[in-house]
Design a binder for this molecule. Structure first.
Ligand code: GLN
Length: 188
């Protein structure tokens, strides 16, 4: 299985390591020519969504990526990646890919509680150590969106068909189960 990891900005190397540990093949996507037809799925890493959105636009990725996701390309967005996938941001006028039927709040935990770790129940996976870094959460999700994890009543992980998004960073924990979940999603 070959997974494209967007390597424009942010925490992409950690995703690559997790995928390699699970036996997947990894392709870094920096240039549009890296975004080849042979990818079985793509990962949008955490980082800064405004910067990533700008780089995706400048790199000519935005429309083609949106189209391929709409056509069924499996995608996993962590944190900033979740923001890029959302079709609405409650505290920001931008929409980037807009393929995920969810309203997402950026920096939803405020500055003070910007970063923290907590164990959550992740549906189909079990207890999972979640690392949040200036994280968003999902304020509301469409009917087709399955809620996979919550933190204090806020939605922090969702799946809509072939799209997976988490507000937290499994790639920073060494726990590979959510990456394994994504690879399973692709297989099925
Ligand atoms: N706060 C960042 C944003 O709004 C996301 C943080 C992250 O990806 N860890 O894009």
């Amino acid at each position: 299985m070959k997974i494209g990891v967007f390597a424009l900005q942010g925490a992409f190397i950690e995703h690559e390591r997790a995928l390699l540990s699970l036996g997947a093949e990894v392709k870094e996507i920096r240039l549009f020519s890296d975004f080849s037809d042979d990818l079985d799925g793509v990962i949008l890493p955490g980082g800064e969504s405004t910067v990533q959105g700008k780089l995706l636009r400048e790199g000519g990725f935005l429309e083609p990526l949106k189209k391929r996701i709409e056509e069924g390309l499996p995608v996993y967005g962590t944190c900033a990646g979740m923001i890029l996938l959302a079709n609405k941001l409650s505290n920001d006028g931008n929409v980037y890919l807009g393929t995920l039927d969810a309203t997402v709040r950026r920096n939803a935990y405020g500055r003070q509680l910007g970063s923290f770790a907590e164990e959550l129940d992740f549906k189909g996976v079990g207890k999972f150590p979640a690392v949040f870094i200036r994280a968003p959460f999902v304020e509301s999700a469409g009917k087709n969106v399955e809620i996979l994890a919550e933190h204090k009543g806020k939605i922090v992980a969702v799946r809509q068909g072939h799209m997976l998004a988490t507000a937290f960073h499994p790639e920073l924990t060494g726990d590979l189960r959510i990456h394994a979940y994504f690879l399973d999603m692709i297989r099925k």
